[in-house]
Design a protein around this ligand. Structure first.
Ligand code: HQG
Length: 181
């Protein structure tokens, strides 16, 4: 499949599996799952036909492993990044000592003052690798990387989750646990 088509399908999936399933008449099940067959029928009905093999290729080759199938391959979901209410059924996990968050200069003052908030998403997104955080920050200009004392947060009772594609998720990061890296 050509790369443009791949990106287009990935964006279509992100939009509908994370933010607006209702726009094509879908309802996410617990865990964020949708039946593949239902998704393909809905997409076709709304003038965006996707073939089954295209869907499988996009999921398999996606640069950030944004989506996954269930074991049977009959259902699909976005691994993280939702703005609609969905229980991803992730188990709380002990984080590494340090996690990173990529942001941009305009947000810095407010973040240092009030900590990291989840904004429109379900969680604050953190990564175990500094380079990943840098890339996330770069989406909005000059990247700024913040270092988070994750293990100290964990000791104080903050719950951490790890999505299927390795993104660390937490409800918030109070300012005392972060510093500029
Ligand atoms: C900032 C993409 C001011 C925060 C990426 C970020 C990631 C604050 C923005 C994933 C703040 C929210 C998530 C505060 C947080 N004051 N600004 N108190 N607290 N912010 O997009 O982490 O391609 O919701 O720093 O690669 O940028 O979608 O979160 O700049 O993995 O798969 O508010 O989205 O992945 O922005 O990105 P976002 P994010 P996908």
């Amino acid at each position: 499949m050509n790369p443009d088509r791949r990106v287009k399908i990935s964006k279509y999936l992100s939009y509908h599996l994370r933010h607006h399933p209702d726009r094509i008449g879908l309802t996410l099940r617990s865990g964020g799952w949708v039946e593949v067959e239902t998704l393909l029928i809905a997409a076709k009905k709304h003038q965006f036909p996707i073939r089954d093999w295209e869907l499988r290729e996009v999921v398999a080759t996606n640069d950030k492993q944004r989506f996954s199938f269930n074991e049977m391959g009959t259902c699909i979901r976005a691994n993280q990044g939702h703005s609609i209410k969905v229980d991803l059924q992730l188990e709380s996990t002990v984080p590494p000592d340090c996690l990173y968050h990529g942001t941009h200069p305009k947000a810095l003052e407010s973040i240092l003052h009030e900590g990291l908030r989840k904004m429109a998403r379900h969680h604050v997104h953190l990564s175990a690798e500094i380079e990943t955080a840098r890339q996330v920050g770069r989406r909005r200009g000059k990247p700024i990387v913040l270092e988070i004392d994750a293990i100290a947060m964990h000791r104080q009772g903050h719950q951490f989750f790890r999505s299927q594609n390795g993104v660390w998720l937490v409800d918030r990061v109070p300012p005392e646990f972060l510093r500029e890296s």
